[in-house]
Design a binder for this molecule. Structure first.
Ligand SMILES: Cc1cc2nc3c(=O)[nH]c(=O)nc-3n(C[C@H](O)[C@H](O)[C@H](O)COP(=O)(O)OP(=O)(O)OC[C@H]3O[C@@H](n4cnc5c(N)ncnc54)[C@H](O)[C@@H]3O)c2cc1C
Length: 394
């Protein structure tokens, strides 16, 4: 049996999404006992794809999960941006050997459920991790030498520290940062997954393809070794009600995409039921730890998805947090400060740049023309230079 690092009281983790499971596993690998509480009755992720930049593989390699994540993924040969009105190719970034040579890690796309299941299996295989479902964390008390968490049923659980991995609407964040509700961006994402056979053969592409339209964009790519196909349609909307994984109105979607290329419309037509997300983020903050409590992933730095990095950043957080905790196992408040110090500028930059990329994808008129001119002349190496700050990390 592995021995717990720095005593037997567990580190408590609130939330069993990608960030919470990655944190639990990285900490257990570093020898810490972990007790994780997930509010849902089972561990599960929504049915949609995510892109994984080379930066996540760098940290996955450190915790021994890179091969398992890649085993279920798809490796796109390239990433394309096309004009959704003219169909013109704006730019293509090769993601094959040249990309690997530059960043030392691959680019991949995967089903969220697959990467989540890989993290879950890894956690289940560790005798230092206890996973508990139907357990909502409602509050906590930091008593200096320990933290006591209150669960929904009134039960109180003691731990050495608490990590809030409870997502965009984090309860723990309210107490640590206290910056109210997330910012509603005015952008809505519709997501759906098709079986490969349901994608018209002439439209199936192995690449990540982004169709940039006026105040819209549409992305598609294969998932799960090519067996599935992921579709994400994003548009601006003044509807400000909160929605997360709710059913989306097809009529609203058509209002925003009408007039776009047949390749776009034919693909959108294939979907009967869309899931809808009202996209939100927050202003970056520099201080998300207090005493024995810290935040991780969307709870710490929720971002728009335009750089495809929220899950990547949560996983980077997890590995950095475990490294800092290992460095000072008997002083976790110091480890948490060191962790946020190493993370806040990088994650803040992704939060800010994701907004910029969103504006870029959704440009109209002259701005769109200027964007296309700026991007179309770039060599692959110039494209890589533009994302080296992100893909070259952490
Ligand atoms: C449209 C869209 C596309 C995206 N595409 C990408 C992409 O291509 N690449 C990428 O890297 N990222 C992408 N992301 C972002 C990514 O999905 C998130 O950043 C990531 O899932 C955050 O993980 P998390 O564990 O921090 O939070 P979450 O996934 O939100 O998990 C939080 C968990 O905590 C639980 N919980 C909440 N409150 C409590 C409580 N009080 N007690 C106990 N449990 C609680 C929840 O049930 C949930 O399981 C995308 C997001 C969207 C919306």
């Amino acid at each position: 049996m592995a021995k717990a690092n720095g005593g037997s009281a567990p580190i408590l983790v609130s939330g069993g999404g990608i960030g919470g499971l990655a944190a639990a596993y990285a900490l257990a690998r570093a020898g810490f006992a972990v007790r994780l509480f997930e509010q849902s009755s089972e561990f599960r992720e929504v049915g949609a794809g995510i892109q994984l930049g080379p930066n996540i593989f760098r940290v996955l390699e450190k915790i021994g999960l890179k091969d398992a994540v890649l085993a279920d993924a798809h490796r796109p040969p390239g990433m394309e941006m096309r004009d959704a009105l003219s169909g013109k190719l704006v730019t293509r970034i090769p993601l094959g050997p040249e990309f690997f040579e530059r960043f030392g890690q691959p680019y991949a796309v995967t089903h969220r459920a697959d990467i989540h299941a890989t993290f879950l299996k890894a956690c289940q295989g560790s005798n230092l991790i206890t996973l508990e479902t139907s357990r909502r964390v409602d509050g906590f008390e930091d008593r200096g030498e320990a933290v006591t968490v209150t669960l929904e049923n009134g039960e109180r659980v003691e731990g050495r520290a608490l990590i809030g991995c409870d997502g965009m609407w984090s309860t723990i964040r309210e107490r640590i940062v206290g910056d109210g509700k997330p910012r509603v961006s005015g952008h809505i994402a519709y997501r759906a997954v098709l079986k490969r056979d349901d994608v018209p053969a002439d439209l199936w592409r192995p690449d990540v393809v982004l169709w940039a339209g006026p105040r819209t964009h549409f992305v598609h790519y294969p998932l799960r070794r090519g067996e599935l196909y992921n579709l994400v349609a994003v548009f601006h909307s003044d509807r400000y009600e909160e929605g997360w994984n709710a059913e989306g109105s097809t009529e609203l979607l058509w209002q925003h995409f009408k007039g776009q290329r047949p390749e776009v419309l034919r693909m959108l037509e294939r979907i009967e039921t869309w899931r809808m997300w009202v996209l939100c983020d927050r202003e970056p903050v520099k201080d998300w730890s207090k005493g024995r409590v810290t935040l991780l992933g969307d709870a710490a730095h929720p971002m728009l998805q335009y750089l495809a990095q929220g899950a990547c950043m949560a996983t980077e957080d997890a590995v950095v947090l475990a490294e800092k905790a290992s460095a000072t196992p008997n002083d976790l408040p110091a480890a948490f400060k060191a962790y946020q110090q190493e993370r806040y500028l990088r994650t803040g930059r992704v939060q800010i740049m994701a907004r910029v990329y969103g504006d870029f994808y959704h440009a109209r008129g002259v701005t769109a023309e200027l964007r296309d001119i700026a991007l179309s002349g770039r060599t692959p190496q110039q494209s890589y230079d533009g994302v080296a700050w992100l893909y070259g990390g952490p």
